[in-house]
Design a protein around this ligand. Structure first.
Ligand SMILES: N[C@@H](CCC(=O)N[C@@H](CS)C(=O)NCC(=O)O)C(=O)O
Length: 219
């Protein structure tokens, strides 16, 4: 089975796919495009115009949540819990995590009012997660799972923003969440899921958006 991932370097959804493919040790090619200015060949094959898109031989799989499940299906490891209730619960929190990308987008692009509203929203979600997170290394236990993959791009972007500003989005008040984020970000499979220097690109992106967050950047 030949796998080709169509990606965009800054895309958190595509980053999830890269982490999963590498965790499953599956061979794949990666082709980067800019979905805001896509090439014609991409427009022809993509129903949504969005990345990630996975080409599997001559078929396509799109929507990152579906791609994630597909990669789990073809991989040798089952990265979901065995218990069906636990698995459904994990999938619920994965769906919940999707809304955090809207908050992150508003945090980067919004004026002070929108920034504060997005931060309040995001931190209310963190509080909900903190309430259900146990003392384990990862979300379920000591095994890195699909749910940890789903949160990896969020934790990475949060860490970047905290590094670029005076810890504007520090999550240290959430003890379990902080420890979980540290454990996820320490993994090579997560560290290597983005191209070298993407943090600088992210910094420049924050600057270019000229939102409230850009005024909080430190060198
Ligand atoms: N629901 C989609 C969202 C993917 C998404 O928003 N991708 C962005 C890049 S990170 C994109 O392709 N944007 C271009 C567009 O929406 O036209 C998924 O999970 O795959």
């Amino acid at each position: 089975m030949k796998l080709e991932l169509i990606s965009f370097k800054l895309c958190p959804f595509a980053q999830r796919t890269v982490i999963l493919l590498n965790t499953q040790k599956l061979d794949f090619e990666i082709t980067y495009i800019n979905p805001m200015n896509p090439p014609d060949w991409f427009k022809k094959i993509s129903p949504t115009g969005q990345v990630p898109l996975l080409k599997v031989d001559d078929k396509i799989v799109f929507e990152s949540s579906v791609i994630s499940e597909f990669v789990n299906d073809i991989g040798t490891l089952d990265l979901h819990p065995n218990d069906v209730v636990e698995k459904a619960n994990n999938r619920s929190w994965i769906a919940f995590s999707g809304t955090m990308f809207d908050d992150l987008f508003s945090l980067i692009t919004g004026n002070e009012e929108k920034f504060n509203a997005a931060k309040t929203n995001l931190f209310a979600k963190f509080a909900k997660l903190e309430a259900v997170k146990h003392n384990n290394t990862f979300f379920n236990n000591d095994d890195f799972a699909m749910i940890d993959v789903a949160f990896s791009p969020i934790f990475m972007r949060l860490a970047w923003i905290n590094e670029f500003t005076n810890n504007t989005l520090s999550i240290t008040e959430f003890k379990h969440l902080s420890a979980w984020s540290d454990a996820v970000l320490a993994l090579d499979v997560v560290k290597n899921s983005v191209v070298k220097g993407l943090d600088d690109v992210y910094y420049s992106n924050i600057e270019a958006r000229e939102g409230h967050l850009s005024t909080l950047l430190i060198d």
